[in-house]
Write a protein that binds this ligand. Structure first.
Ligand SMILES: *[C@@H]1O[C@H](CO)[C@@H](O)[C@H](O)[C@H]1NC(C)=O
Ligand SMILES: *[C@@H]1O[C@H](CO)[C@@H](O)[C@H](O)[C@H]1NC(C)=O
Ligand SMILES: *[C@@H]1O[C@H](CO)[C@@H](O)[C@H](O)[C@H]1NC(C)=O
Ligand SMILES: *[C@@H]1O[C@H](CO)[C@@H](O)[C@H](O)[C@H]1NC(C)=O
Ligand SMILES: *[C@@H]1O[C@H](CO)[C@@H](O)[C@H](O)[C@H]1NC(C)=O
Ligand SMILES: *[C@@H]1O[C@H](CO)[C@@H](O)[C@H](O)[C@H]1NC(C)=O
Length: 628
């Protein structure tokens, strides 16, 4: 149920930096929400549906009457922006495979949420084909340029995070294309048209982007490319304004018509390389020509009656989740994670997991077999569980951390299930907000700053631990990541697709949503909305959510749990922020009649059960799912 507070900040603690204009619009929205609540529409799904329902959906305009949750017998797309979910759903309606929808949705997100992801970045994508039951991992993560080296940031650490030198070789276009080659049913160019239209014809600045534009005002104004797009008349665009990126439209158009070659070995790549060089980066055409997508089987962990499939390293997500869930499972009851005591155990499990995961790196460069084996092993999980006590927590040393933590940022997650029950889970990123803080003026592409995710010998981290050698820079190497796109099956039938954005908070968030729904039996929306906790091992503090999110919901851990955790010696700190999670589940208790399965190709496969699909986009970011 929604609790609405007029005096509460709209989007965390930084709203004071926003211009008055934005604030008054925001206040207006809050007022509408308040009135709606007074009228007594108690359920938050309905609130979203009721507000501003007269507002018509137009090109690039936000359709404000959409809900955080959709149900469908055919197909669902859950992204963190409603326009992009709808674009994905439109691909499914045209008979597209889940991969077609995922590509179109991801391209859209790169246009309307360019601070979080885009074709200048990279992604991890999990695809499960319902006809073969095969689950594949498409690793389109960025790689270190050929001219990169372990000590390249020795004299200037800032350059690892800010500016063109922080850019790694982009992988998104190559990876999306590879997945489309294997699974796509629609024409490649068809998938690009909606994103091109938004970039060229203009799109409305959503609250989340608007907030970041005002928060990163200096960065935008200092970069000629960013300021041309986000401050075209010398003044920063605000929530509700229309934004244009014609150069990005041109780049997308070229890739749509000529294929990824034009990016990796043609004119778009040449323009990008020229702009990067101009801005002080080291990207070359050889880097682009060398880029390779890695396609492997997904890593699968079987725990608590579910098969959970996700990315192998350099993602630490699947292995991290596997370790945490196996630790809880080793208590001998699925319900070890129930209630406040369960939360305490979960926090302890996460602290151990963060310590272990920093041994991971790119398996093409470092031998991490031993750690992969451990993190998937129930026996290892049991050993750790024996070090967890129900009455107390411990200082960081207890968890034996050896290396400083990866503290990654940003990103965007989307889930798709189509009418044949093919599924896609994809998390994409440019790393920090607006990546390197540089937009290539001739291509409209935001440069990632993924080099920031490597460890380097000279960096003093907040946790004062040595940097992780497995994650040192080598040319062509992929940096470690927290991104955790997952596909969940039970008895070889698809039951869930989940993943999140928010850097180091992704693994804890995805674990909590998984437990909430699949183990504790919370409904899909409640499982996503439920207040979450985070831990970073160092500092030794439990971060708990206490924030009023964009659509007016107040999300806060309950007092009883806070008191319980304090009694176990946890230090608690309120946080107006956290990870964003998208979730799709399939419910076989609500089976689908065969008449509604007429879109797909493989509908007659009797082995594939069809239940009702429910899609949820996290209200924290105000994304909306879409149904076919
Ligand atoms: C949103 O509003 C439009 C116009 O009023 C309507 O046609 C559409 O069905 C609504 N969509 C939803 C999901 O309520
Ligand atoms: C270090 O890098 C930053 C970001 O690229 C740059 O702005 C700054 O001028 C550099 N400092 C020095 C001393 O080179
Ligand atoms: C790049 O394009 C050239 C032709 O312009 C072609 O000969 C070459 O094989 C291409 N390289 C790659 C890696 O695709
Ligand atoms: C989990 O906790 C709830 C109360 O929060 C309780 O109703 C339920 O029975 C518990 N489940 C198990 C299996 O312990
Ligand atoms: C929780 O957030 C509200 C505003 O949303 C704020 O007034 C309150 O002080 C916060 N509580 C804590 C403990 O930080
Ligand atoms: C939680 O505790 C705070 C202060 O510790 C108090 O102001 C608030 O009313 C309590 N909330 C509930 C729901 O009991």
């Amino acid at each position: 149920m929604a609790k609405l507070r007029l005096q509460a900040p709209l989007m965390g603690s930084d709203e004071r930096k926003e211009k008055k204009n934005t604030w008054s619009r925001a206040l207006g929205l809050l007022l509408v929400l308040l009135i709606v609540s007074i009228v007594g529409v108690a359920f938050r799904e309905n609130i979203a549906r009721c507000i501003l329902s007269q507002e018509k959906k137009q090109n690039g305009r936000i359709n404000h009457n959409l809900s955080d949750i959709v149900e469908s017998e055919r197909g669902v797309v859950a992204a963190d922006d409603g326009r992009c979910s709808e674009i994905g759903a439109s691909m499914l309606r045209q008979g597209g495979h889940a991969v077609d929808a995922a590509v179109a949705t991801a391209l859209c997100l790169g246009v309307v949420n360019p601070m979080a992801s885009g074709i200048g970045g990279g992604a991890f994508m999990i695809v499960r084909s319902s006809s073969t039951s095969k689950t594949q991992a498409f690793d389109m993560r960025e790689t270190a340029p050929l001219a990169a080296s372990e000590n390249m940031y020795g004299s200037n650490l800032t350059a690892k995070y800010v500016g063109a030198l922080s850019m790694a070789v982009p992988g998104e276009i190559a990876g999306l294309h590879e997945a489309w080659l294997q699974y796509g049913r629609l024409a490649w160019r068809t998938l690009f048209q909606p994103a091109i239209k938004l970039a060229r014809g203009g799109f409305e600045i959503a609250p989340y982007l608007g907030l970041h534009i005002s928060q990163f005002a200096d960065m935008i104004m200092n970069d000629p490319g960013l300021s041309r797009v986000f401050a075209p008349k010398g003044e920063l665009l605000q929530i509700g304004d229309i934004c244009y990126n014609p150069e990005l439209a041109g780049s997308l158009d070229a890739v749509a018509e000529q294929g990824p070659q034009v990016f990796y070995n043609g004119t778009i790549g040449e323009r990008l390389v020229r702009d990067v060089k101009e801005a002080g980066g080291i990207l070359t055409m050889d880097d682009l020509r060398n880029y390779q997508v890695k396609v492997t089987d997904a890593v699968t962990t079987n725990v608590m009656g579910y098969s959970i499939s996700g990315m192998p390293p350099p993602s630490s997500g699947t292995l991290g989740l596997s370790l945490v869930v196996n630790i809880l499972n080793s208590y001998g009851s699925f319900y070890a994670a129930n209630r406040s005591l369960g939360l305490h155990r979960l926090i302890e499990a996460m602290k151990h997991m963060f310590a272990v995961r920093m041994n991971l790196g790119d398996p093409d460069f470092v031998d991490i077999i031993e750690y992969i084996r451990k993190m998937l092993s129930p026996a290892f999980a049991k050993q750790i569980q024996q070090k967890i006590f129900d009455d107390t927590t411990f200082p960081p040393d207890y968890y034996l951390p050896r290396w400083s933590q990866l503290r990654d940022h940003g990103t965007s997650h989307l889930c798709v299930v189509d009418s044949d029950r093919n599924a896609v889970s994809i998390t994409s990123t440019v790393n920090f907000v607006f990546g390197a803080g540089v937009l290539s003026p001739n291509t409209g592409i935001v440069l990632n700053n993924e080099m920031g995710d490597f460890s380097i010998p000279t960096e003093k981290s907040p946790d004062l631990l040595p940097p992780a050698p497995a994650n040192f820079i080598r040319p062509n190497k992929r940096p470690l990541s927290s991104m955790t796109p997952l596909i969940i099956t039970k008895n070889d039938q698809l039951v869930g697709v989940v993943g999140g954005s928010g850097g180091m908070h992704i693994i804890p968030a995805v674990v909590q949503v998984f437990l909430n729904h699949f183990i504790m039996g919370m409904k899909p929306l409640a499982a996503v909305q439920h207040p979450r906790v985070y831990h970073q091992l160092i500092p030794n503090v439990v971060l708990y959510e206490n924030w009023t999110v964009i659509d007016g919901d107040h999300i806060e851990l309950d007092n009883e749990t806070k008191i319980f955790l304090k009694a176990r010696h946890h230090k608690l700190e309120a946080r107006a922020g956290g990870a964003i999670v998208q979730l799709i589940v399939q419910d076989f208790q609500k089976p689908v009649t065969s008449t509604s399965r007429r879109i797909g190709k493989e509908s007659n496969n009797a082995q594939v059960l069809h239940g009702t699909l429910t899609g949820v986009s996290d209200p924290r970011k105000d994304g909306k799912p879409a149904a076919v």
